[in-house]
Design a protein around this ligand. Structure first.
Ligand code: F6P
Length: 555
């Protein structure tokens, strides 16, 4: 590993200090005042790119805030780091490799070089193999062992080998005209049972997705699925019912899947940045190769915007800077991701891994302690559901929560539905989105409540203080293109935040310890007897829990 040079700690930088001073001076200035002082604020504080419109006027900022944030980005080398990422530099310092997910969606013929070799041609080769396979499955030329068509696809994977494709399958359900995939990630036997419920082995294709092909949950679930398949169809059926997506050919072969049935990718694709690689095979089987290409085009459109738009009009850069402002200067510890689109139901979960596995770190790429707060906690639910559960806290709680509203101008009526009625209901959905952003920003004060005749005893209870920052992201429709652009937008915003904090957004060392301990503990649970000293090496809490479990698990 080439250790990057130490950085000046953020709090010692003049740009950071200027922002801290500015933040103190802003205390007490409300969004109401900001909007009153600038009637065009909602038209000015917007940006557009790759089909997405960003309104950031409801952030607690003014033009100086933005100027100071842009100066911070400049001082932290955001422009250079963007260039370095696209150029294949080893921006993943601790693993000493590039992070070149942008190559996965680069048009054929583009040249992107990693370690001296062009990678785009290899990406296009895998895409062509995926497309040929997807056509064979979708058109019935690839059949199961008994000659029956594939009607069910089960994706077995976890983390980046699950969340991206699962989110995409849900998001693009309007476009599904092939086998609708099911997903198994959890090693809990209930997960595989649920995924297999009602399926006929003769019509089921399993895609085992694992970048490393060493992930315990995935290998255990794949082995159980294999046993289910073999019990019904015999050992020879495995070749027709299992394919793999991995970078580890040896591991795939050891599992019993021939390399001819494996779709590869590369170590320069991080798991959480991989839904547009062969990890997206289930997406392609569901929506078809042409729609998958549209998804890639959407990603690429946002890549191009990110690379070329000036920082002050650059969506990922702006979103990253506003996230830093909310997190580090206003003290918002969490971000609520609020898609007003039921089909984006899995988007918050997807974003949790993308943001928190990338930037949930406490040291810089060179190993020094970061001297400010890094990644906030991401969470969320589709609107309007969340309005009837946790929005109470957003409006009146003691914590400041930054909100990302995401919506679409047009609904997607299903065949046979009354399009006017769908539009009316979609209007209602979007009315709620706009109303929530407005209510969070401007609230309702005591004067207004009294003017409305609110009994004095209820004035405090009904007061909504406002000043809760949100951004609103709007696109015309939820399409493969707009989904790709949205994911790329967040990918790049995460990278820019990591760049400012000085951390490596592409490693994930923190997940290793738990994995090691689980391996050791699994062996202890398997040891004979019920209360021997198999768990002797643990602390008294873990030891007692293991003993109690062993005594009571039965079997
Ligand atoms: O445990 C975390 C992690 O390594 C993620 O980064 C990754 O997406 C996931 O596990 C799955 O890894 P793999 O694709 O190698 O099975």
């Amino acid at each position: 590993m080439t250790v990057p040079a130490n950085r000046t700690p953020l709090t010692q930088r003049p740009e950071w200090q200027a922002l801290a001073t500015h933040a103190r001076a802003q205390v007490g200035t409300t969004l109401r005042q900001r909007f009153a002082a600038d009637p065009r604020r909602g038209e000015r504080m917007v940006a557009e790119g790759a089909g997405w419109y960003l309104d950031y006027s409801k952030q607690r900022i003014d033009d100086d805030t933005l100027r100071l944030l842009l100066a911070l980005a400049d001082a932290c080398g955001v422009g250079e780091r963007i260039g370095a990422m696209f150029a294949g530099a080893h921006v993943n310092a601790t693993e000493d490799r590039p992070a070149l997910h942008v190559a996965l969606r680069a048009p054929a013929g583009t040249r992107i070089v990693a370690d001296g070799a062009d990678v785009v041609a290899g990406v296009q080769d895998v895409l062509a193999r995926m497309e040929a396979f997807a056509r064979d499955v979708r058109e019935g030329r690839w059949t199961g062992a008994t000659g029956r068509r594939v009607r069910h696809v089960v994706n077995i994977g976890i983390g980046g080998s699950d969340l991206g494709p699962a989110m995409a399958a849900r998001a693009l359900r309007h476009y599904v005209d092939g086998p609708r995939p099911r997903f198994v990630s959890n090693v809990d036997p209930a997960a595989l049972r649920e995924a297999l419920d009602g399926l006929d082995p003769a019509e089921t294709l399993f895609i085992v997705c694992s970048k490393t092909f060493t992930t315990q949950e995935t290998l255990v679930n794949a082995a159980a699925a294999r046993a289910w398949c073999v019990a019904a169809l015999g050992e020879a059926a495995v070749a027709r019912h299992f394919v793999a997506v991995s970078t580890n050919e040896e591991g795939v072969r050891a599992f019993g899947i021939e390399p001819a049935h494996m779709f590869g990718f590369w170590d320069w694709v991080g798991g959480r940045y991989s839904m547009d690689s062969a990890i997206g095979l289930s997406t392609m089987l569901a929506v078809g190769p042409a729609r998958f290409r549209e998804l890639l085009d959407g990603f690429h459109a946002m890549d191009a915007h990110f690379r070329s738009a000036p920082p002050e009009a650059n969506l990922p850069v702006l979103m990253a800077l506003l996230a830093i402002w909310n997190n580090d200067f206003l003290g918002a510890q969490t971000v609520a991701v609020l898609p007003y689109a039921q089909d984006l139901a899995r988007f918050p979960a997807y974003l949790q891994q993308l943001a928190m596995e990338s930037n949930g770190k406490r040291v810089t790429a060179s190993g020094e302690r970061v001297d400010v707060q890094t990644c906030p906690v991401y969470w969320g639910e589709p609107g309007t559901n969340g309005q009837h559960s946790f929005y109470q806290l957003l409006h009146q709680g003691t914590r400041l929560v930054a909100c990302d509203f995401i919506g679409f101008c047009q609904p997607l009526p299903a065949p046979g539905e009354d399009a006017d009625d769908v539009r009316r209901r979609h209007d209602l959905l979007m009315a709620n989105l706009f109303a929530q952003g407005e209510a969070l920003a401007f609230g309702r004060d005591a004067v207004q409540l009294r003017a409305q005749g609110t009994p004095e005893a209820l004035v405090a209870h009904k007061t909504c203080p406002g000043d809760r920052p949100s951004i609103t992201l709007l696109a015309d429709r939820l399409t493969p293109h707009s989904l790709g652009a949205l994911v790329a937008l967040y990918e790049h915003a995460v990278f820019v935040q990591g760049t400012i904090w000085g951390i490596d957004s592409f490693d994930q060392w923190g997940v290793e310890l738990g994995k090691q301990l689980a391996r050791a503990t699994e062996a202890e649970l398997a040891a004979p007897g019920v209360d021997g000293d198999a768990a002797a090496g643990h602390d008294s809490s873990t030891r007692t829990l293991i003993r109690r479990y062993r005594q009571r698990r039965g079997g």
